[in-house]
Write a protein that binds this ligand. Structure first.
Ligand code: ADP
Ligand code: F6P
Length: 324
């Protein structure tokens, strides 16, 4: 029979995401409701190794559901990538009586959680990243807020771009993943979308489309460029030189990662956080909470990390078709 879980820990790791606070709140309150104690681990795995561990009561998570960022702070930690760092992390969990750990983060954070699970600390991951790039789940905490923030910002750039009859390259976040770019491309009616998963580097083809659009009477030309392709400023200079059309670059940057979470992010994060604490209460370990085909489910961490995710061809083709 699984050992009774008396105390769980919760940490946030990797890039922060709006809705992480809602997930923390759900973990803490679900655990307390199920008779467990909760410890908050500050600054992800870095804080674990530094033993930055605090007791968390229900009141510690009051008034946070609407706040962006993470009250536990987040960090990246090289030491935890080593077997020695992971051993130390597991030892610190044991020292503090932490029988189970909820890790809210992305792929890298789940790799760390898998290592702790192998060392005997029960772990459950909750997908928190604005990039939507975790294969086993259709939803990641923060994507909805980030994509709405980016969409609103792009609408504003579009207004001024139209007034000045300019071409605009707008860079959105996503180092390896183009989901924010794809969704904004569709939602903002962008003339072109450059995704790390798809872009072939053919700038001349892009220039030809801009010229054709101008001939067809388009007053602006919005190109959404994902961070993973980058170089928006130099690209704008080259496009202006080649087309004779004034071209500006706007890099939206970290404003996409902050801000008050949308209703969707708050609700999904609450359900996922509650599910994570429940799994630990049941003595489960090495699981990743996910939202798949309309249901909240959980996967083995290693199996989940082996799954592959790509931009859906249909969505990409539709995004292109709707602006021609
Ligand atoms: P994300 O979780 O958003 O993908 P990172 O890839 O930066 O962000 O990972 C966050 C942290 O998770 C890293 O700083 C490191 O401490 C830990 N981590 C990442 N990969 C591994 C790994 N292979 N083994 C152990 N820990 C890892
Ligand atoms: O949170 C995801 C993400 O925003 C990626 O799109 C981006 O590549 C990365 O984080 C950048 O994070 P940082 O600059 O904090 O390392």
């Amino acid at each position: 029979m699984a050992k009774e879980v008396k105390t769980i820990g919760v940490l946030t790791s990797g890039g922060d995401a709006p809705g992480m606070n809602a997930a923390i709140r759900a973990v803490v309150r679900t655990a307390i409701n199920k008779g467990m104690k909760v410890k908050g681990i500050m600054r992800g795995y870095a804080g674990l190794l530094q033993e930055e561990i605090i007791d968390m009561e229900s009141t510690n998570v009051s008034n946070i559901i609407y706040r962006g960022g993470t009250i536990l702070y987040t960090a990246r930690c090289m030491e935890f990538m080593t077997p020695e760092g992971q051993e130390l992390g597991a030892e610190i969990c044991r020292k503090h009586g932490i029988d189970g750990l909820v890790v809210i983060g992305g792929d890298g954070s789940f790799r760390g959680a898998g290592k702790l699970a192998a060392l005997g600390v029960n772990t459950v991951g909750v997908p928190g990243t604005i990039d939507l790039d975790i294969a086993c789940t259709d939803y990641t905490i923060g994507f909805d807020t980030a994509v709405n923030t980016a969409m609103e910002a792009i609408d504003r750039v579009r207004d001024t771009s139209t007034s000045h009859e300019r071409c605009s390259i707008i860079e959105v976040m996503g180092r390896n993943a183009g989901y924010i770019a794809l969704w904004c491309g569709i939602a903002n009616g962008a003339e072109d979308i450059l995704l790390p998963e798809r872009y072939d580097g053919n700038e001349q083809a892009l220039i030809n489309r801009i010229i054709a659009n101008r001939k067809a009477g388009k007053k602006h030309n919005i190109i959404i460029n994902a961070e993973g392709i980058g170089h928006s400023t130099s690209m704008a200079r080259r496009i202006e030189a080649a087309t004779g059309i004034e071209t500006r670059a706007t890099i939206l940057g970290y404003m996409q990662r902050g801000g008050t979470p949308t209703c969707k992010d708050r609700v999904y994060a609450s359900i996922m956080g509650a599910k994570a604490a429940t799994l630990l209460a049941e003595g489960r370990s090495n699981r990743l909470v996910a939202y798949k085909n309309g249901e909240y489910v959980d996967f083995d961490i290693q199996e989940a990390l082996q799954m592959k995710k790509d931009i859906p061809d249909e969505q990409y083709e539709i995004s292109k078709m709707l602006v021609r």
